[in-house]
Design a protein around this ligand. Structure first.
Ligand code: NAD
Length: 332
């Protein structure tokens, strides 16, 4: 059985080749993104394996179906980049990794909060230049602050527990209440109320038509002046231009993003010798109270091991007509 990978980085190859000893698949790795421009390169393969920024739209799926692809395996949790209806219409299974190390993403959200708050990135550079001044490094104590969590699924729940551990008052908004969290003392409120009360807001819901630009000029205006916004979920949850305006007006106090609406052409690449034409990202990166990381929240050894194992097992089971429906991995 053959699997063709897109957006394959050296670390993907390393982990998948190592994890393949139990399965014996034949692999082809393409470093390029999947999209209409390269889909014709797919040949003689049972499954394709894609990541967050591969574009698996109707046009791509039609070609994949003609080429006999039976499985589209996402090696991530989010699936907003795949046209599920088109896959269904062409009898192609779509599977994902529903919950790989949710702790990894939750811990990265914490790292972003502490970096923005205590300015360790600036302190590191200062000390290396023998500047031992504390001027401009003033932070705030986390204990007692109100943290609003939007989306309390696998990752959001882990994040809530971390914040409780830091002595924060944790409130949440989700379309589904997580009773385990309620038992731990977390209160659910409507979105507007969570935004109004929170000193820190962290987004952990999926990107869907209902959540697109969940954070916009209106919702930003309901947030506390000086609050911190963290997004480790998907770029499209935030209207970036509205966020920039709010930062310029000094209403939003801090922004930490691991995901960006236009990240597709930028993230996961070394562009250090290039001119970046994305003025919005350049402007964002010029603000001293903004921290951008390049979609690395998932990036731990443990998470990559789980991603590899679950992805290969999904493909293996689907190719052998076994049911993976119960694991939350099967989308189509
Ligand atoms: P999950 O499915 O376990 O949880 C999502 C939660 O969002 C659920 O509780 C769901 O009820 C809730 N939700 C759905 N619609 C909502 C709405 N309209 N408003 C508020 N909440 C809503 O997913 P997860 O594993 O916790 O992952 C969350 C997201 O994190 C993924 O969709 C993915 O986009 C992102 N993610 C990012 C990285 C990264 O490296 N930055 C890694 C993994 C996942």
């Amino acid at each position: 059985m053959k699997i063709t990978f897109f957006s394959a980085k050296p670390y993907d190859k390393e982990f998948f080749v190592k994890g393949n000893t139990d399965f014996g698949f034949e692999f082809t790795f393409f470093e390029t993104h999947l999209g209409p421009h390269v889909v014709q390169a797919v040949e003689n393969t049972d499954a394709i394996c894609v990541f967050v920024n591969d574009k698996v739209n109707q046009q791509v799926i039609e070609v994949l179906a003609k080429k006999g692809v039976k499985v589209i395996a996402l090696r991530c949790a989010g699936f907003n980049n795949v046209d599920l209806e088109a896959a269904k219409a062409h009898n192609i299974h779509v599977c994902r990794v529903p919950a790989y190390s949710p702790e990894a993403v939750a811990e990265h959200a914490l790292a972003m909060i502490l970096t923005l708050n205590r300015k360790t990135h600036k302190a590191y550079n200062r000390v290396r230049e023998q500047n031992f001044s504390l001027q401009g490094l003033l932070g705030f104590t986390m204990k007692g602050k109100t943290v609003g969590v939007i989306g309390t699924g696998h990752i959001g729940a882990e994040f809530c527990k971390i914040m409780l551990g830091m002595g924060c008052h944790v409130i949440a908004y989700d379309v589904q209440v997580n009773t385990e969290l309620v038992n731990k003392g977390i209160q659910y409120f409507p979105l507007e109320e969570v935004l109004k009360q929170s000193d820190i807001v962290s987004l952990h819901c999926p990107l869907m038509p209902q959540t697109h630009h969940l954070i916009n000029a209106t919702t930003l205006s309901t947030m506390k002046k000086g609050a911190m916004l963290i997004n480790t979920s998907r770029g499209g949850l935030i209207d970036t231009h509205a966020v920039i305006e709010s930062l310029k007006e000094q209403h939003l106090g801090y922004l930490g993003i691991d995901v960006y609406e236009q990240e597709e052409k930028i993230f996961f690449r070394d562009l250090s010798e290039n001119i970046i034409a994305d003025d919005t990202l350049q402007l964002l990166m010029s603000f001293p109270n903004v921290l951008v990381t390049a979609h690395q929240a998932f990036f731990t050894r443990e998470a990559l091991e789980q991603i590899t194992e679950v992805t290969l097992n999904n493909v293996y089971q689907l190719m052998h007509h076994k049911n993976i429906d119960t694991t939350g991995a099967l989308l189509v």
